[in-house]
Design a protein around this ligand. Structure first.
Ligand SMILES: Cc1cc2nc3c(=O)[nH]c(=O)nc-3n(C[C@H](O)[C@H](O)[C@H](O)COP(=O)(O)O)c2cc1C
Length: 250
């Protein structure tokens, strides 16, 4: 196993990331630390958005309540956060500014409305050049009930836990989307609160549970420019389970 002594540190505003943190901590028998801020983000969703926008415009970060964090006895830190504005939440910006992560291995994990793991990992690499940012795990909050099985799989796949997992094949090459595949995309993504664009091409893989789809979709960014996004959808073999939108990578 890769991990000798690990710590799960996380910030969670509404509890989703906390649930995932608890899964990691339980499976790893790890110590846990919940990050809190002096002035909690305890308003409505809209109030939190507005407060963050103001803070970001002023280059401000929230003051942490948890400041004395001693990482000396840990070699690996599992770092959890919600995605805010496409990357890790502002309290994590404060954390990475204030705590010395040099020489640590960091395994990021996050929850999100639609996506943001890879962008937040890139931002962590920039913010913590002296730490090693390892592959991470992310889950849409709408799929949080799937997290326990996925976290276990992630830990085994990455060598933190012993066990066997199904080896998943690579996605097939991208091909133009058929009307049936467009219907799957719409069934999975149609009720998401923001438009996810039009699927143009798709790659697939078959698993013991069903079929996974990797769509490339065409959409517009906030400035009206054409952008391509990658949208993952999974369809279960169980016909009672509706197609699930699992993540968008922008
Ligand atoms: C201020 C704010 C900004 C957010 N920005 C994004 C975003 O850019 N992308 C996204 O997928 N979800 C976004 N979300 C949704 C959260 O990532 C999601 O609800 C998350 O699961 C919350 O985790 P928590 O319950 O641990 O706080 C945002 C939520 C808030 C409050």
């Amino acid at each position: 196993m890769k991990t000798q002594k690990c710590l799960v540190i996380y910030y969670s505003q509404t509890g989703a990331t906390q649930q995932v943190a608890q899964e990691f901590a339980q499976l790893l028998h790890a110590d846990t630390l919940r990050i809190e801020v002096e002035q909690p983000y305890d308003g409505t969703y809209q109030e939190t958005i507005e407060r963050c926008q103001k803070e970001m415009a002023n280059n401000e970060v929230p003051t942490l309540k948890t400041r004395d964090i001693d990482l000396t006895k840990y070699d690996t830190v599992f770092l959890g956060y919600p995605i805010w504005f496409g990357t890790y939440a502002l309290p994590i910006t404060s954390l990475v500014k204030n705590i010395d992560f040099a020489g640590k291995k960091i395994v990021p994990f996050c929850t999100f409305g639609s996506g943001g793991l890879s962008a937040s990992m890139n931002d962590l690499k920039k913010a913590l050049p002296q730490a090693e940012i390892l592959p991470g795990y992310g889950v849409r909050n709408a799929r949080i009930t799937k997290a326990p099985a996925e976290v276990k799989r992630f830990l085994i796949e990455n060598g933190y836990l012993e066990g066997k997992v199904e080896q998943l094949s690579a996605y097939s090459a991208q091909q133009p989307v058929t009307p049936e595949e467009a219907a799957i995309f719409n069934a999975a993504c149609g009720d998401y609160q923001y438009p996810l664009g039009t699927p143009v091409t798709v790659g697939k893989r078959t698993t013991s549970q069903g079929t996974d789809y990797c769509f490339t979709a065409q959409s517009k960014d906030v400035k009206g420019n054409d952008v391509k996004t990658t949208i993952y959808v999974t369809v279960s073999n169980d016909p009672n389970i509706k197609p699930e939108f699992t993540e968008v990578v922008r």
